[in-house]
Design a protein around this ligand. Structure first.
Ligand SMILES: NC(=O)c1ccc[n+]([C@@H]2O[C@H](COP(=O)([O-])OP(=O)(O)OC[C@H]3O[C@@H](n4cnc5c(N)ncnc54)[C@H](OP(=O)(O)O)[C@@H]3O)[C@@H](O)[C@H]2O)c1
Length: 310
């Protein structure tokens, strides 16, 4: 599948599960979806875990009636959401397809490493010999776990096509641990999630304008907003040079690193910004300088569901 856009859009916040704060509705999100499709941003990342089907249902409502070849759906098997039956993998995939009124996914992921070899095996058994096999991927896996998943899939005549990990200026452990290189060498697309650190690298938040109180992201980022102001100032300087907004620069950085960023969008302006980010090409010096500044801050951006990708 080589016609994917340069940027995917993420619908975690659409699940309204308390991570982001605020209350999104299908009515408020409809213009966001429409603008994205108008801009050619037609690759949507979701999961059943994002509000227990809420994000998928909202997305499905928007996709309804559109030509199937006009969009891509990236969905996930979250081990913690599986029922306890022997048919848990088939049950989950088929329940999600029904929920989304689809006959296939374009990308399908094992969401995390909880009992992952077992679930990857189940995934392989489910898709072996079928038509319409999606690109198969693993998320939140370290290098050894990624290689293991690839071997499991290969044994069933399938292949690992995608990896999805947290990757941003303040969390480059997927690069340092060799995952990015392994993906490049093996024709695997690396999807970077949380490139904007849930808005903390968008220039919108600082010590005077913290994230919405009582949201999960506020607990993580509000204590380090002072440090992040240094990085956001460097991002703004580049944004001014390229005539874009601060939030476009981390996205352009992720593209410059050869990855496919997934940007969480809840407003029309987020989509417009994401579309513009694809046209910014940072120089090698600019990439290095941003990384030098980010590294000097010494921020640990690993979240509660993640681990360091050693
Ligand atoms: N596989 C996994 O385990 C995993 C984990 C995390 C995420 N993901 C995927 O990756 C996607 C992206 O992650 P995320 O949504 O958590 O974080 P993100 O993309 O780093 O941040 C998204 C947030 O940043 C703000 N934002 C976005 N564009 C902006 C712009 N142009 N200007 C200013 N602010 C902007 C918005 O929040 P405000 O406007 O409210 O500030 C938005 O909700 C998710 O939706 C999901 O699909 C996957």
């Amino acid at each position: 599948m080589n016609n994917l856009p340069k940027i995917a859009l993420g619908a975690w916040a659409w699940g309204n599960d308390g991570t982001f704060g605020g209350d999104l509705t299908a009515d408020s999100l409809r213009p966001v979806f429409d603008k994205a499709m108008e801009c050619g941003l037609n690759l949507w990342d979701t999961a059943y875990a994002y509000g227990m089907g809420t994000s998928e249902k909202v997305l499905a409502g928007f996709l309804k009636g559109r030509a199937r070849e006009g969009y891509f759906v990236s969905d996930k098997f979250t081990p913690q959401c599986a029922n306890g039956r022997e048919t848990a993998m088939a049950d989950m995939i088929e329940m999600q397809l029904e929920l989304m009124e689809l006959d296939r996914f374009d990308v399908y992921w094992i969401h995390n490493v909880w009992n992952a070899p077992h679930w990857t095996e189940e995934l392989a058994k489910y898709y072996e010999g079928r038509d319409n096999v999606p690109m198969l991927g693993v998320s939140n896996h370290n290098l050894a776990e990624i290689k293991e998943a690839n071997e499991i899939l290969k044994a069933h005549g399938l292949k690992l096509s995608a990896v999805q990990n947290h990757y941003s200026l303040i969390n480059r452990s997927s690069e340092e641990s060799g995952i990015l290189d392994y993906c490049k060498e093996n024709g695997i697309i690396f999807f970077s999630y949380m490139v904007l650190e849930q808005g903390a690298l968008s220039g919108k938040y600082d010590t005077f304008h913290p994230m919405p109180a009582s949201s999960d992201r506020a607990a993580t980022y509000n204590p380090v907003l002072g440090k992040l102001e240094v990085l956001n100032a460097a991002l703004k300087k580049l944004a001014d040079k390229y005539g874009v907004g601060t939030a476009q620069i981390p996205v352009a950085w992720a593209i410059a690193k050869g990855t496919l960023p997934i940007i969480g969008v809840t407003k029309v302006s987020h989509v417009e910004d994401a579309a513009k980010a694809a046209s910014v090409t940072l120089t090698d010096e600019e990439v290095s300088e941003l990384e030098r500044i980010a590294d000097s801050l010494g921020i640990n951006a690993i979240r509660f569901w993640e681990k360091e990708m050693k």
